[in-house]
Design a protein around this ligand. Structure first.
Ligand SMILES: Cc1ncc(COP(=O)(O)O)c(C=O)c1O
Length: 488
C-alpha cells in the first residue's frame, strides 16, 4: 500500500519540495534577459504582423550550409562506425592526436605551440566554463564591457510551443494551434515577469523550457562564486572588474584605470563591438598581465575574420605564452554551431604562483568532466584543416564578411557612426542619445528586422545596436533596402 506521503506527492506533485538548498551562487544570477526578450518581442511582432517578412540580424548563429568537403568526411566517419575496422569508442579527452597536431600546425606554426598544448573541445562556450572550474572561487576576474553573451541554443517560442503541443495535445497540432498557445503565453509572460520568460516556462514541461541567454564570462564567474551580488543601479556584479570599451578608447580598455585581477577575459575580434585589438594594444595587454601576475583568457572565436596585420592569436605577441590561454572554435568558420567543435591552448609555460603548470590542472578538469569531443565532429575538424577544407572555410568567412560590408556601407552612407565590421561579423552602430531598446523597437516596427540592442551586452553598450552579418545574402540586401527607406 502506498504511504500517505507518497500518495500526497501523487495528488499534488507541484507542492513537493526536496530538502536540498539552492546553490547560493546560482541564486545571484540575473534572469537571462537579452535574447529571451528579443525573442519575445519578435514573437509578439509576428503575431501583430502575421504576413510580414521578418528578417533576423539579431542572434549570431550561422546560416550557410557546411561545405561538402567537410560533411563528406563526417558522413564517412559516421558510416565507418558501423564497421568493425572503422568503429571507435571513447577517444582521448583532449581530442585525437592527429587533430591536435593539425590545429597546432595550422594556426600556431612557428609560435612554439605544439599538439600537447591543444585541448580539443565541444566548443568555446564549454571551455569558458571549464576554465572557470579550473580557477575556482577564490580568483578575481576582469571582463570587457560590453561583452559576449552566450547566444547559441536559443529555441524559438514557436518551436517550444510546438514541442509542448505535440507531447500534450489530443488533437492535431496545426499552425493555428501553435499561434493560439503562443498568444496565450505572450499574454501571461509579462504578467509574471516580463524579463524572465524562463520562469514562465514552469507552465511547460522541462524538456521544452527556453534556454536563457547568459553573459558567458560573467555568469560562469558568478556560478563559481567569484563575485558578490548583482548591483541593480549600475547593472554590475561586485568583485568583477568591468573594462569599459567604447569609441572613445578605440574599444580597448584604458589599462591605467583597470585594477589588478587574477584572470582577464579578453575577446578579440570582439563580439559584440566587432572591433579587434591591434598588435600594439595586445603588447600592452600582455605587459599588463605580466606586471600584475595575471592570466589572460583570450577568446578568438572570430580570428579568421581579422583582416590585415591584426594578430590572429595572442601567441603572436612575445611573452604571451607565459600569461595567456586561448579559446577558439570552428563554429563561425565552418558553420559548426550545431556540430560542436572548438579548442583551447594552454601553453606549458603558464604557471601558478606555486610554479605548477596550469595545463596539468586543466587536463585534470577536462578528463574529469568530459569524455572528449564526438569522433564524427573531429573527423569534420580534420577535414576543415585539409587544404580544400581551409579554402572552403575561407569562402564561408568571406561570404559573411561581404554581408558585413553591405551593412557597414549602408549605415555609413546613411550618416551613422559605424564601428566593427572589418574584423568580425558584427556591425556596431551608434544611435547617440537614444536608448538601445527604443532603436531596436523602431527598427522592428518599421522594417520587420530583428537586431540586438547594445545595452544587452553590458552598460557600456547603451546607445548602440548590434547587426549580425550571419544571414542569407538576399535577407541582408533586403534588410539594407528597408534601412535605407527608414533612415533616408
Ligand atoms: C566571442 C564568442 N566566444 C565563444 C562563442 C561560442 O562558441 P562555440 O559555438 O564554440 O561554443 C561565441 C558564439 O557566439 C562567441 O561569440
Amino acid at each position: 500500500m502506498a504511504s500517505s506521503s507518497s500518495s500526497n506527492i501523487q495528488k499534488d506533485p507541484s507542492t513537493y519540495k526536496t530538502k536540498v538548498s539552492r546553490n547560493e551562487n546560482i541564486a545571484k544570477l540575473q534572469a537571462g534577459y537579452l535574447f529571451p526578450e528579443v525573442r519575445r518581442r519578435k514573437a509578439e511582432h509576428v503575431l501583430k504582423y502575421p504576413d510580414a517578412q521578418v528578417i533576423s540580424l539579431g542572434i549570431g548563429d550561422t546560416t550557410e550550409p557546411i561545405p561538402e568537403v567537410i560533411t563528406t568526411a563526417m558522413a564517412k566517419r559516421a558510416l565507418g562506425l558501423s564497421t568493425v575496422e572503422g568503429y571507435t569508442g571513447y577517444g582521448g579527452e583532449g581530442g585525437e592526436k592527429q587533430l591536435r597536431a593539425r590545429i597546432a600546425s595550422t594556426f600556431y606554426a612557428n609560435l612554439g605551440i605544439n599538439e600537447d598544448d591543444v585541448f580539443v573541445s565541444d566548443g568555446a562556450k564549454s571551455d569558458i566554463s571549464r576554465l572557470q572550474v579550473l580557477f575556482g572561487s577564490n580568483v578575481t576576474m576582469a571582463v570587457q564591457d560590453p561583452s559576449y553573451p552566450a547566444e547559441g541554443n536559443q529555441k524559438s517560442l514557436a518551436c517550444d510551443v510546438r514541442g509542448f503541443l505535440i507531447k500534450n495535445s489530443k488533437t492535431k497540432v496545426t499552425k493555428s494551434s501553435i499561434k493560439n498557445v503562443a498568444a496565450v503565453f505572450l499574454r501571461i509572460a509579462p504578467a509574471i515577469d516580463h524579463q524572465t520568460p524562463l520562469q514562465c516556462c514552469t507552465f511547460l514541461p522541462c524538456e521544452s523550457r527556453f534556454t536563457s541567454a547568459v553573459q558567458a564570462y560573467v555568469d560562469s564567474s558568478v556560478i563559481m562564486g567569484q563575485t558578490g551580488q548583482f548591483q541593480k543601479d549600475v547593472e554590475k556584479y561586485t568583485n568583477i572588474e568591468y573594462m569599459k570599451c567604447t569609441p572613445e578608447n578605440d574599444f580597448f580598455p584604458d589599462l591605467s584605470e583597470v585594477s589588478r585581477t587574477d584572470v582577464i577575459f579578453f575577446c578579440s575580434p570582439n563580439n559584440p563591438t566587432g572591433s579587434a585589438a591591434s598588435r600594439e594594444q595586445l603588447i600592452q595587454l600582455v605587459k599588463f598581465a605580466k606586471d600584475n601576475g595575471s592570466i589572460i583568457v583570450y577568446d578568438t572565436a572570430y580570428a579568421m575574420y581579422a583582416s590585415g596585420d591584426t594578430p590572429k592569436t595572442i601567441f603572436e605577441i612575445p611573452g604571451a605564452k607565459e600569461v595567456a590561454i586561448e579559446i577558439a572554435s570552428f563554429s563561425k568558420y565552418a558553420g559548426f554551431t550545431g556540430v560542436r567543435l572548438g579548442w583551447t591552448i594552454v601553453p606549458k609555460e603558464v604557471k601558478y604562483s606555486d610554479g605548477s603548470p596550469v595545463a596539468k590542472d586543466f587536463n585534470r578538469i577536462v578528463c574529469t568532466g568530459f569524455s572528449g569531443p564526438s569522433n564524427i565532429a573531429q573527423a569534420g575538424g580534420l577535414a576543415c584543416l585539409s587544404p580544400e577544407g581551409l579554402e572552403a572555410m575561407h569562402q564561408v568567412v568571406g561570404f559573411y564578411k561581404e554581408n558585413t560590408k553591405i551593412l557597414v556601407d549602408t549605415f555609413t552612407s546613411l550618416g551613422f557612426k559605424v564601428y566593427g565590421g572589418k574584423h568580425a561579423p558584427y556591425v556596431w552602430v551608434h544611435f547617440p542619445g537614444r536608448i538601445s531598446w527604443d532603436v531596436f523597437s523602431e527598427i522592428l516596427e518599421k522594417t520587420h528586422v530583428v537586431t540586438t540592442p547594445g545595452s544587452g551586452f553590458g552598460p557600456a553598450g547603451e546607445g548602440f545596436v548590434r547587426f549580425s552579418a550571419f544571414g542569407h545574402r538576399e535577407s541582408v540586401l533586403e534588410a539594407c533596402r528597408r534601412f535605407n527607406e527608414l533612415y533616408k
